[in-house]
Design a protein. Sequence first.
Length: 365
Amino acid sequence: MHVRSIANSLTVSPPDGYDVSNVHRKPGIPFPRRLSMIRRFFYLCLGMAALCLTALPYEVRGQITVTNLQTPYSFVSSSSGKEYFISSVNGDPEAADNNGFITKLDGSGKILNFKFIQGGTDGITLNAPKGMALVEQTLYVADLDQLRAFDMVSGKPIASISVVTSPGQVPAGLTDVAYDGTGRLYCSDQHANRIYRVELPSRKVTLLVADPALAGPSGLAVHPKSGELIAVSWDKGKIFAITPDGAVSEIVSNGFFSSRFSNLRGVDFDRWGNMYVSDFTTGKVWRMTWDKRFQVIAEYLPSPGDLGIDRTNNLILVPYEFANAAEMNGLEAPREGKSKQEKRTLADYGFIPPPPKPAEDGGKK
């Protein structure tokens, strides 16, 4: 799809039911004006994303954008990198209106079924689908106080797992779900500052941690190498690590003198262990390397949501909630023999072929 046609069709404004009162606002820039600025520069946004979210040594299909979604929240890929799924809230994010849906794409980014899973049809209940996680052939979806499971091939419902762990508990408002690769799912409840653990295949739910210090845990991810559970904060823009026994430690502060983030929505890791977070309000996607160096890899994005990383194809997947669109694009990958001091060239970012290697006899191969 072309950027120009996407920009002309976008309306960047909060859908009915979205409360923006808790969104961090920068002094001197009213929130409506900032949304107007996002609309004005959306063409530039996607152009910059095409340059900043760059493809390297893999056969990447290039920038692909999906439009006409309805408040897209999360964008995930299968482990094979041959299927992609986008959740659309389609209305009030807190309402049990049974009209949410999930879009399925093939490995090239082509839409296979725009409403692959749709609430209110074929006996499916799906109200306000938010974060998702794939476990083998099962797609798990956070939906208000339920964790819903669907067959990723047929779209048929498999189970609904309630996260209410005790009588009289306030109904949960789940925002994300992550899988640790060892039979455990984790779900975040942003409003109640809780994180739940779900054992598979028994589907037993336990409360892992309830702590106001989590400050609205929005996105979850599990480090692909260490297995560490990471949560990002919507209210205060902090990043936390949570141990298997529920101990919380702040790994990235966001204080008065060290503020980088406003409202963090999503988090995920690439295959090398670099962490990516999306800042919904500032419109930025950040990368944090293993040695905690930060880099903005894309900015001026319209409400980037719960991002995902396709580790097989080295792609970043970003939904734009208020723009009703989603995008996949290539990521920069580490190159062997390239030091921090050595200047990168256009070849490192996939724009031109790499230079030929010198032969042992001094000629060129």
